[in-house]
Design a protein around this ligand. Structure first.
Ligand code: ZN
Length: 248
């Protein structure tokens, strides 16, 4: 690290759980961020500010006026621009050292797998079950740790599936692909602005810990957040031995 980097990351370096070594791991790390919306915004902002060296952002949508209430990586002037381009511009202002690949595409299974193969961590900030299940399948196959998040109305959830561990549950153990799960979209249900910030920030924290090798992650637990009552609880997750996705 050069002198500027030692200053920029000094408050991380001061933390014994991160230190120089952990920060160097972050600088060398590659993160795949799926979605540049409500969750992807704080995820991308914190991963970039914290110096994660290589970020791949994927989102095929353009910035809409209705996004700006919560998607804090975008600016009013970016309405109509592709979200990944808008996000890349903001991230470059915060930390020009971070290499950001901006992919304006909706990822199908094959493409997702190829991108996940190059990543040390996969952060799922998508808003639909098809993408979440595709990300889960890719991570199970490649044994990558996905950090999953969801936010709707006043309710959020975060989970980490550290599929590097043999007994880890996967996303499909919790929400089967054949299940009745219906996409609940913010466009229909509404979403509390800071909820996406809180959930995305927790996802960023978990991703940074995985990359730096610090602390314990939410692996095997589901964090449930109710911002209306401001209550947080975590429940233990068990692997479903009959899960068709992660069954050996
Ligand atoms: Zn499973």
């Amino acid at each position: 690290m050069n002198d500027d980097q030692l200053l920029r990351y000094s408050r991380h370096i001061l933390l014994p759980q991160i230190g120089i070594e952990g920060q160097q791991r972050l600088l060398a790390a590659r993160a795949l961020v799926i979605g540049a919306g409500g969750l992807g915004s704080p995820v991308a902002l914190y991963l970039a500010s914290a110096g994660v060296g290589n970020l791949t952002l994927c989102d095929d949508e353009a910035v809409d006026l209705t996004n700006l209430q919560r998607q804090i990586v975008h600016r009013t002037a970016s309405v109509g621009r592709k979200k990944v381009e808008s996000a890349r511009a903001t991230l470059a202002e915060i930390n020009p050292e971070v290499r950001v690949a901006a992919l304006a595409e909706r990822l199908d299974g094959k493409r997702l797998e190829a991108l996940a193969a190059d990543a040390d961590v996969v952060i799922d900030g998508s808003d639909n079950f098809a993408t979440r299940h595709a990300a889960n399948r890719a991570c199970v196959k490649l044994k990558k740790p996905p950090v999953s998040g969801a936010a709707v109305r006043f309710d959020g959830q975060v989970a980490v599936f550290d599929l590097r561990a043999p007994d880890s549950p996967c996303y499909a153990c919790l929400f089967p692909e054949s299940g009745e799960s219906e996409d609940v979209r913010c466009a229909v249900m509404g979403v509390f602005a800071p909820l996406t910030g809180i959930v995305g920030s927790i996802q960023a924290a978990e991703a940074l810990k995985i990359l730096a090798g610090a602390g314990e992650t939410l692996s095997g637990r589901l964090l449930l957040l109710d911002t209306l009552a401001m209550q947080v609880r975590t429940i233990k997750l068990a692997r479903d031995p009959a899960c068709p996705v992660c069954r050996a």
